[in-house]
Design a protein around this ligand. Sequence first.
Ligand code: PEP
Ligand code: MN
Length: 338
Amino acid sequence: MIVVLKPGSSQKDIDHVSQLVRERGLKDVVIVGTDRTVVAAVGDERLVDMSAIESAPMVERLVPILAPYKVASREIRPEPSVINAGSGMEVGGRKIAVIAGPCSVECETQLMRVAHAVKQAGAHGLRGGAFKPRTNPYEFKGLGEEGLKLLAKARAETGLAIVTEVMSIDQVDLVAEYADVLQIGTRNMHNFNLLVAAGRTRKPVMLKRGWSATLNEFLLAAEYIMNEGNNDVILCERGIRTHETYVRNTLALGIIPAIKRESHLPIVIDPSQGTGHAYMVPSMSRAAIAAGADGLIIEVHGDPEHALTDGAQSITPEVFSNLMSELDPISKAVGRTV
Ligand code: PEP
Ligand code: MN
């Protein structure tokens, strides 16, 4: 952190700021310039709260040098993390991970049909919510444990890795019993107690970015999970809230190169929640892979018109199969395979 002093600060002012820095366990290095004096606080500023120094009257502003996240940061691990996501699925390696399936598990016939279809088309993981966070409390909230059992059955039949959402701390053990990857949804990214509980399991976690979270907040949320000793965190961009009403969310693909610069964790894109419209899903999937995403999580439904949740953004197995063929040359062009 650099503490910039106001012009005309006296030696007494400089000494006072140096003292504030030392009180926080950091070393003070004073740099006297022609019109400004700054005090550099040397040490790991991420471990101390420096913000109160700004309230000292001679301080103009604080300039952070290090990003606030630590274990998720690229500085501590320059090479990308490859997550073994279970059932043979890897995320973050050369091979792009494709997770596909319905928004919600609705019944056995629906799930098994779509699971076999996406497997046939080349998917590596099966998605499907058994516990659904609903904005409207009167809508379908999932089958609960029954849905988890159907997902486990689909894994046994297809070999696909299961990615499914956990909404609360009391569901963590139950969902971890059935899932390969625990999904933490956008509405729960700031639920720090849930992040800690998921971090205490040894299951990989797919952490979705909060729809109004900054990149800093997103990586700090990942940090909560990793601080419990669980380094298997897969980041997921699922779109953010903007003024635009044309799409359900604005899919911020710019986060892909930003995450690649800032973190060693893999990033997966959800073009389904990210657009809200099935017709946009193939093009945004192609764009995500071209931009360097490590994977995709896509909603696929055998009968989108009758889907209990998110039918408008669900593609059919046929569209998914065509998309997989289109992703092949794009993956190769960016040095990956699908
Ligand atoms: C979902 O994947 O169906 C879902 C509810 O995702 P999100 O948390 O991104 O809204
Ligand atoms: Mn959905």
